[in-house]
Every structure is written in structure tokens, then in C-alpha cells.
Design a protein around this ligand. Structure first.
Ligand SMILES: [Zn+2]
Length: 71
């Protein structure tokens, strides 16, 4: 039996380059017993100001995607 899961977008941490609040695409594994996600994985993150496109090398260095243990 699979746990229910879903993807959401939410406000993330501030952009390290311009301090705009970033948007995160988060994959949640939900629990049937609890309203709290069992696990969440940040699948992607981007800056509304476009830093991820304008300065991809700095973006990658400053805003690494974590492996998902940092819930
Ligand atoms: Zn930015």
C-alpha cells in the first residue's frame, strides 16, 4: 500500500543573491495517521527575480537543493 503523496509549491527561503523569497516545489509524502507529512523533498527551487537563470553558477552554489532530510 502506498502512502498518499502530493506536490505543492510554497514560499521558500530568501534568495541568497537578491533576497527575494524563493518559490519551492515540494514533494510531500503524507501519512494516513497524521496530518503532518512523513517526509518532504524539495524538488526544485527558483527565484521570482530570475537569479537561477541570470546567474546559474552562483545560484547553484548558493542555493543547493538538499537531499530531503532537512524537513
Ligand atoms: Zn534572486
Amino acid at each position: 500500500m502506498h502512502s498518499p503523496r502530493m506536490e505543492i509549491t510554497r514560499d521558500g527561503i530568501p534568495c541568497a543573491l537578491c533576497h527575494t523569497v524563493t518559490t519551492e516545489l515540494v514533494y510531500l509524502v503524507l501519512s494516513a495517521q497524521s496530518s503532518f507529512p512523513q517526509r518532504e523533498v524539495i524538488k526544485d527551487r527558483w527565484c521570482p527575480a530570475g537569479c537561477h537563470q541570470l546567474q546559474p553558477a552562483r545560484w547553484k552554489e548558493a542555493m543547493p537543493l538538499l537531499s530531503g532530510d532537512d524537513a
